[in-house]
Design a protein. Structure first.
Length: 122
């Protein structure tokens, strides 16, 4: 089974890095340029795991987490936050909003792929 990943980040470089790393690991990747774009792509992407940045225009990562958790399409989809932010307060806020895990940028491919497989229960 090929895992489907929705990767949401306002940095084109980060989206490209994620796509290359995750596709090389055998995942099917859909990218979105911010939270609003990610929510528009959610249903069609039908992701097994969502990766989202926190600081983005239009809809930030907290808004993404809350919107996904409130939707029919993503209420139970694991959400990993991938951010340069690392404060305990932000991690706690993300957890309370419904995030499954938190990874600090820059990411290590092996650890990210391992976290995806772990939360996707594969």
């Amino acid at each position: 089974m090929t895992l489907r990943i929705l990767a949401i980040d306002d940095s084109r470089t980060m989206r490209d890095l994620l796509r290359v790393s995750l596709e090389e690991a055998g995942f099917q990747v859909t990218t979105a340029e911010d939270g609003a774009d990610g929510m528009e792509r959610l249903r069609a992407a039908a992701p097994d795991v969502i990766i989202t940045d926190i600081n983005m225009p239009r809809l930030d990562g907290f808004g993404v987490i809350e919107a996904v958790r409130g939707s029919d399409d993503g209420a139970s989809v694991p959400i990993l936050v991938l951010s340069t932010e690392s404060s305990p307060e932000m991690k706690d806020r993300a957890r309370r909003s419904g995030a499954t895990g938190w990874i600090v940028k820059p990411f290590d491919d092996t650890r990210l792929i391992s976290a995806i497989r772990r939360v996707a229960r594969v």
